[in-house]
Design a protein around this ligand. Structure first.
Ligand SMILES: Cc1cc2nc3c(=O)[nH]c(=O)nc-3n(C[C@H](O)[C@H](O)[C@H](O)COP(=O)(O)OP(=O)(O)OC[C@H]3O[C@@H](n4cnc5c(N)ncnc54)[C@H](O)[C@@H]3O)c2cc1C
Length: 504
């Protein structure tokens, strides 16, 4: 440790890893940062991971206060197949998945027969209507593709839907069926964590769109581009993966990064209390919300193209209210939904009892509604959810305990996941992902083409950033002449891993 003056700012202490090995600072202890740190650590780099919270996992947060695991952030694995980059880890740890749907489309991440919809008066919506409106919704989305082809200017998905309904009055729904259509739109909005009037028609199903809702839904014949295997809930929560990745990494919790100075040969990262860390390179995996809010100062300033990339993407909100009851009073289905005249007013509950055997319902809200829900304190939020539940089940008992998330205002996330804003260039993710000197960018918002917004996408982006960083450092420091490299592709538990980098 030493003291120094950095550009006029007093840095209280500087930690310079005492290492002859290449050194990397990873910023953010979510799945992306942990994947990057793990990869570099296993490749014999000296790694320090700085995390602002007092826990690891970021938007993966498995809570145990009910006495068993409940995921308050991510809970599904999308793409239950061997090609999923998380598959080796899940298999290696022996984690159980409860498959909610074998369908690869996002709309049907739960099989239709596994959920039950109610109207606001608590009457069950006939299942036949749910299926018919679902089919109509698919056709509407198909038709929006034609609208896009006809227009050079971008528009919102909602505008495109309204054009389609003008052209095809037979797809319009009336009365209760209209409310079911709104429910489908509500479910779709959850995938972008944003309302349909905010989502770009141009980009939403393009290669750089968030988890490719329409790739999955409409372009089902192009399934080779997306992971197959449907969707599964992580029965023990995502937490064991976080713990496994974090093993033996030098992790500093409660270290909120305030400044990153990118020098020609070194990077200096300064945390809130003034402590500085110096390394050969840094990998930044903080959520897009943090970058958007300029909570980290960059020295030199980020170039305009990077600033534009950050502002060209939206960062939406989704919140969960998990409720533990003393006994189950709801039907044995996976999903319980309330339909309404607007998607804003629709709602749904995940029945965790089905997957885990525990009497827990998780209410989920996305987009503007999620923002509005965050304005309520815990008790009114829980009361609101209970009022929804009581519409369906007038005899619902009060919860024993509940947990309320506020991902949108949490200073460590400031949102949930990213989406393409209307009218912005479609290459925002690529620009966001591009390295800057000794800085590398991972994280959910800069993940591989078709996996934004997912845990496995964030994991892949961390691995990618680590690989790019590794190559950069080794080339810059001339280590390629001195080191024997084993090819770096491969999963953590594959035979090819860990990388063997040995000095000659
Ligand atoms: C409610 C919700 C439900 C979701 N559901 C699913 C799902 O079912 N399936 C799925 O695949 N995906 C889901 N996701 C998305 C998934 O959780 C994310 O894509 C993924 O976890 C992001 O990982 P990450 O490492 O990129 O970011 P994060 O997990 O956000 O990690 C970034 C880390 O950076 C830290 N940090 C922030 N600022 C600083 C700073 N200044 N200094 C140091 N550290 C800092 C944060 O505390 C955080 O730990 C969901 C997300 C949410 C919020």
């Amino acid at each position: 440790m030493e003291n120094l003056i950095d550009n006029g700012t007093f840095i209280s202490q500087v930690e310079r890893p005492n290492s002859s090995l290449p050194t990397v600072i990873v910023i953010g202890g979510g799945i992306s940062g942990l994947a990057a740190a793990r990869r570099l650590n296993d490749a014999s780099f000296k790694v320090i991971l700085l995390e602002s919270r007092d826990r690891l996992g970021g938007r993966i947060h498995t809570d145990h206060s009910f006495g068993y695991p409940v995921d308050l952030g991510a809970s599904w694995l999308h793409g239950v197949c061997n090609e999923n980059p998380l598959a080796p880890l899940i298999r290696g740890l022996g984690l159980k998945l409860y498959r909610t749907s074998g369908d690869n489309s996002v709309l049907y991440d739960h099989d239709l027969e596994s959920y039950t919809l109610f109207d606001k008066e608590g009457h069950k919506v006939p299942q036949q209507m749910v299926i018919e409106v679902g089919d109509a919704f698919k056709r509407i989305l198909d038709e929006t593709e034609k609208v896009r082809d006809e227009h050079t200017d971008d528009m919102s998905v909602l505008q495109a839907v309204s054009i389609v309904l003008d052209r095809h009055p037979e797809l319009r729904q009336e009365g209760l069926a209209y409310e079911v259509l709104q429910w489908y739109i509500c479910r779709m909005e959850a995938w972008f964590a944003a309302d349909a009037d905010m989502i770009s028609l141009k980009s939403w199903d393009q290669a750089s769109g968030l988890f490719d809702f329409l790739h999955l839904l409409v372009l089902l014949d192009m399934q080779e581009q997306v992971l197959s295997g449907g969707h599964g809930l992580m029965v023990q929560g995502y937490d064991p993966i976080i713990k496994a990745l974090a093993k033996d990494i030098d992790i500093r919790l409660n270290h909120r990064v305030a400044k990153i100075s990118n020098g020609p040969n070194k990077v200096m990262v300064t945390v809130e209390d003034g402590t500085g860390f110096i390394a050969d390179a840094a990998i930044i995996t903080v959520p897009l919300g943090i970058l958007k809010a300029n909570l980290i100062q960059f020295e030199p300033k980020l170039p305009q193209w990077k600033v534009d990339a950050i502002s060209d993407l939206g960062f939406g909100s989704e919140n969960k209210i998990a409720m533990q009851f003393d006994k189950v009073f709801w039907p044995d289905v996976e999903f319980l939904g309330v339909v309404a005249p607007t998607s804003y007013a629709c709602g749904y509950f995940l029945n965790l009892h089905k997957a885990t055997g525990h009497p827990v319902l998780v209410y989920m809200a996305a987009g503007r509604f999620a923002h509005d829900l965050e304005k309520l304190s815990d008790e009114p939020a829980a009361n609101f959810v209970m009022s929804q539940l009581k519409k369906m089940f007038p005899n619902a008992t009060e919860p024993v305990q509940y947990l309320v998330t506020r991902w949108g205002t949490d200073p460590n996330s400031l949102g949930c996941y990213s989406y393409d804003l209307v009218g912005k260039p479609g290459d925002s993710y690529e620009r966001l992902r591009a390295p800057l000197g000794n800085l590398f960018f991972g994280g959910e918002a800069v993940s591989m083409e078709d996996h934004q917004g997912s845990v496995h996408g964030a994991y892949s982006s961390g691995i990618m950033a680590a690989e790019n960083c590794q190559t950069h450092i080794l080339e810059r420091l001339g280590y390629f002449d001195k080191l024997q490299l084993v090819p770096s592709r491969g999963e953590i538990h594959d035979a090819a891993f860990p990388l063997q980098i040995s000095r000659m």
